[in-house]
Design a protein around this ligand. Structure first.
Ligand SMILES: Nc1ncnc2c1ncn2[C@@H]1O[C@H](COP(=O)(O)OP(=O)(O)OP(=O)(O)O)[C@@H](O)[C@H]1O
Ligand SMILES: [Mg+2]
Length: 289
């Protein structure tokens, strides 16, 4: 609905950049989810586990717990999203070995080194998939004088976007519709994969730098484990073509993409709920009873 609503309808994003942007709407959304899960059965107030980006402030964490309690939760447990993503991606987080997970979401990229169910070190940058789309939309305006909406920019990224050169780049192209800046009229422009890759170079380098910085800070024993096991990519951004090759090229370490990158965090969070008693150490916070 974003960008497509008539004057009397407003599309809201309760969350932005991984944190609550609109408290009341976030609470309504949680209420809706809780109702959906209970499917009309009598409401018992549930125990809720919520994944949060590791870099959020205390105030932002508090807001998540408050919204869930207002929405009817009995106890709220917080789990760092990189830990949940690693569990969802099938990494052996309970073992005393170093695992690196890079979760590239919409608003935030989180890089974390985990061992023994905990975060050893992590870094979070507020540059991820949405920033890549934004770079494409800025490029379309600047170079092709074409104004495109958020969804169109994302569609370009998903359809022909890539992070690493591919021999067929010049043959991969796409027709893009938007508003021509000079005439003010709708127009179709053909763009090539190679130019889209270049337009994303800046945000991509921010993501690469975050991975490199985290590797540099990793204690040597854990770094050795990561070299052996490779880096795991999760989050929707991991689906960008060639991103694994780019990160591998820049770090010299093997990179794997999780089987279902968009669902890693929620699958991992679910696994934690199912094995609640063995998983006590994974939580980074809980509400008081
Ligand atoms: N096939 C694809 N190729 C490239 N990017 C994709 C693809 N599919 C989804 N994305 C991008 O993935 C991002 C969403 O990923 P994800 O659902 O993991 O984010 P999120 O968890 O909602 O955000 P955050 O973790 O920042 O709070 C969007 O920017 C979307 O454009
Ligand atoms: Mg995410």
């Amino acid at each position: 609905m974003l960008g497509r609503t008539p004057g009397n309808v407003m599309a809201l994003r309760p969350l932005r950049d991984g944190v609550i942007a609109d408290f009341d709407t976030a609470e309504l959304m949680l209420k809706h989810f809780i109702r959906q899960v209970h499917e009309g059965r009598t409401l018992v107030s549930p125990r809720i586990v919520i994944g949060i980006p590791s870099g959020v402030t205390g105030v932002e964490r508090r807001a998540v717990m408050d919204a869930a309690q207002q929405a009817g939760a009995r106890t709220v447990y917080l789990i760092d999203e990189p830990v949940a993503a690693a569990i969802g991606a099938g990494l052996p987080v309970a073992e005393p070995t170093g695992n690196m997970i890079v979760d590239i979401g919409g608003g935030t990229t989180e890089v974390a080194v985990l061992s023994l169910q905990g975060t050893v070190l992590s870094e979070s940058v507020r540059v991820a998939g949405d920033e890549l789309s934004e770079a494409i939309s800025n490029y379309m305006k600047k170079v092709h004088n074409l104004v495109v909406g958020e969804r169109t920019a994302e569609e370009i990224k998903i359809t022909i976007g890539s992070a690493y050169p591919n021999p067929n780049d010049n043959e991969i192209a796409m027709d893009v519709r938007g508003l021509h800046l000079l005439s003010g009229l709708p127009r179709t422009v053909t763009v090539k994969s190679a130019e889209i890759r270049e337009s994303m170079a800046e945000p991509l380098s921010v993501i690469i730098e975050a991975v490199k910085r985290t590797l540099e800070r990793t204690p040597p024993e854990l770094a050795a484990d990561i070299i052996d096991r490779g880096i795991m990519l999760a989050g929707g951004g991991a689906l960008l073509k060639g991103l694994d090759t780019l990160i591998s090229h820049e770090t010299g370490i093997v990179v794997h993409v999780a089987a279902d990158p968009l669902s890693c965090v929620v699958l991992g969070t679910g696994r934690v709920l199912e094995n609640f008693s063995q998983m006590g150490r994974v939580f980074s916070g809980r509400s008081s009873l």
